[in-house]
Design a protein around this ligand. Structure first.
Ligand code: ZN
Length: 411
């Protein structure tokens, strides 16, 4: 069989031994212990090889605006207001330039698939959708980008927003999102989002239950609507920080409900840690939903970046390995199985949330391959293993030089 590329001595997440991976026409065509071929090759010396990291929740349109925003409190309300003000000056060129910086960071961190939320409303109109649409086409050589349009500042209370969302869907938005907690009629917003999803046959990804009051949840209505519309397997919710404030028994009941309804959960540790518990100055709660416990109950879960260098999260290098490590640390995890779950939440489980059926190192799948400087998934999370290089559909997409130590004895 003619190969365009053979990667040798790859260590796969689920395999004890090392394998060679043969690539032709952008796809994986053979996986074997020793491929005999006269083709260009790369020796990986037993390093961990994945199908790439999967970012399920980021906002490319409002990244890198920290210097434009004056924030003193660090609350969610302040972040929404500050971005709403800054957004009025967003042009397509501006969003494109900032989105590109963010996207390139993610590619260099080993991300090969990404779902980005994009705000659509009568102020910013389709500027974000247009700019990120350009990025989707321009960076298809390195990353598969999905666009989820959503109304950050409310839907039923914002005349014109729904018409613009529909326009974006008519122009090819991949997904419809929502943010019921900023709507004056949250349940009505949820109903409208499901209606749009059905009209355009789209999956749904909602920002949900983003506070620490467990006395009520929009999750109940989302479960009800998911069942009513038979949309199970096509709905994801992000944040759900309220789930960090419920006791064991209630969390178990909610986990079973979510697994049964087919609703996936994305946890956004950097943002949730930054914005939650602002009413306390000591014993500040973590405010991060226990994704690993939901996953143990059969819920599809992912860990994601959310925001980069803006009032929601004034940090960010787009590293999903860092996000997995951050989550493991704040959730007080240790041991191979728990750390492996964190790795899965930025790879296989994240791909499942996005209904990416061709993800993974398997014959016939796209040759999306990222090499981490590690021997196994748990160590990669524990030690923040850097991605070294990657291929997208068989073409080299990035290289990061490995660090070199200049010890005097080697001089
Ligand atoms: Zn978000």
């Amino acid at each position: 069989m003619p190969f365009d590329l053979v990667l040798r001595q790859c260590r796969l997440a689920d395999n004890e031994g090392l394998v060679d991976i043969g690539v032709a026409d952008g796809r994986i065509v053979e996986i074997a212990s020793a491929i005999v071929a006269d083709a260009p090759e790369e020796k990986l010396d037993g390093r961990l090889t994945t199908a790439g990291l999967v970012e399920t929740h980021i906002h490319l349109d409002k990244a890198h605006i920290l210097e434009r925003c004056d924030c003193g409190q660090g609350t969610l309300a302040e972040a929404i207001a500050a971005v709403a003000a800054a957004k009025r000056a967003f042009t397509v060129a501006d969003i494109h330039a900032r989105g590109r910086r963010t996207l390139e960071k993610a590619i260099i961190q080993g991300t090969t698939r990404m779902r980005t939320h994009v705000e659509v409303d009568p102020r910013v109109r389709l500027n974000g959708f247009d700019a990120v649409g350009r990025l989707k086409r321009e960076y298809a050589w390195a990353i598969d980008l999905e666009i989820c349009v959503f109304p950050q500042e409310g839907l039923t209370n914002d005349p014109g927003a729904e018409e613009l969302l529909v326009e974006a869907c008519e122009q090819g938005a991949d997904l419809i999102g929502g943010c019921p907690y900023t709507d004056t009629d949250p349940n009505a917003q949820i109903a409208r989002i499901f209606a749009i999803a059905r009209r355009f046959d789209l999956d749904i990804d909602l920002h949900l239950d983003f506070d620490l009051d467990p006395s009520w949840m929009h999750l109940d209505e989302v479960c009800r609507q998911t069942d009513a519309h038979r949309w199970g397997g096509r709905v994801a919710v992000g944040h759900v920080t309220k789930l960090s404030a419920v006791d064991d028994a209630r969390l178990s009941a909610i986990g079973l409900r979510l697994a049964g309804a087919g609703i996936a959960v994305t946890v956004l540790p950097a943002t949730d840690l930054f914005l939650m518990g602002r009413d306390q100055v000591h014993h500040v709660p973590r405010g991060v939903a226990p994704a690993h416990r939901l996953m143990a109950q059969g819920v599809t879960c992912s860990l994601a970046t959310n925001n980069v260098l803006n009032p929601f999260t004034p940090f960010g290098d787009c590293s999903l390995i860092r996000m997995a490590n951050l989550y493991a640390n704040i959730a007080q995890l240790r041991g191979t199985a728990d750390l492996r779950a964190c790795f899965d939440m930025v790879t296989t489980s994240a791909a499942r949330l996005m209904n990416a059926t061709d993800y993974g190192i398997a014959v016939g799948h796209p040759a999306d391959l990222v090499v981490l400087d590690s021997r196994d998934p748990a160590s990669a999370v524990a030690e923040l293993a850097p991605p070294l290089f990657g291929w997208k559909r068989g073409r080299r997409s990035f290289t990061r030089a490995a660090a070199i130590l200049h010890h005097p004895s080697a001089a």
